[in-house]
Ligand binder design. Structure first.
Ligand code: FES
Ligand code: FES
Length: 153
């Protein structure tokens, strides 16, 4: 199937099998390796991308489903002020260890902060469903809350 979509501001046109998942298209065809392959059943969040600005798991999407839509990975947020604040806060708070979960969490948090979803660090902890094997979540929630509380509307 011929599929056209935007990836990080770039027009993409590909001929893909109708049953190809977006994570395979991104990682194997387009070499976007920040999109991580974890559970492959929509549970861990490591393959999260932004689709039209909303976080979704790319292992649960077929590539033809993104035809005509806007896909963003962490590479597409380079230079974005909110994204840069989040990255700095993750480093300052020790919220990254192996980094496997980090791109998906950054994208999820970025979208949620823009939607003004958080009123407390507990809100952050409840909202982020992404799995992390290393940090124990408290540092991640704190890193996100530090940014969210600074930009609250
Ligand atoms: S790899 Fe997609 S949710 Fe886990
Ligand atoms: S930092 Fe290793 S899985 Fe989260």
């Amino acid at each position: 199937m011929l599929v056209r979509f935007r990836l990080n501001g770039r027009d993409i046109e590909l001929d893909v099998p109708s049953n190809e998942t977006l994570i395979d298209t991104l990682r194997l065809r387009l070499k976007v390796k920040s999109v991580k392959r974890g559970c492959e059943r929509g549970e861990c969040g490591s393959c999260t991308i932004l689709l039209d600005g909303r976080p979704v798991t790319s292992c649960m999407l077929l590539t033809p489903q993104v035809n005509g839509r806007d896909v963003v990975t962490v590479e597409g947020l380079e230079g974005d002020p909110l994204f840069n604040q989040l990255v700095k806060s993750f480093i300052d708070n020790g919220a990254v260890q192996c980094g496997f979960c980090t791109p998906g969490i950054l994208l999820t948090a970025w979208a949620a902060i823009r939607e003004n979803r958080f009123r407390s660090v507990d809100d952050v902890a409840r909202y982020l469903g992404n799995l992390c094997r290393c940090t124990g979540y408290i540092k991640i929630a704190k890193a996100v809350w530090n940014v969210a509380s600074g930009v609250r509307k």
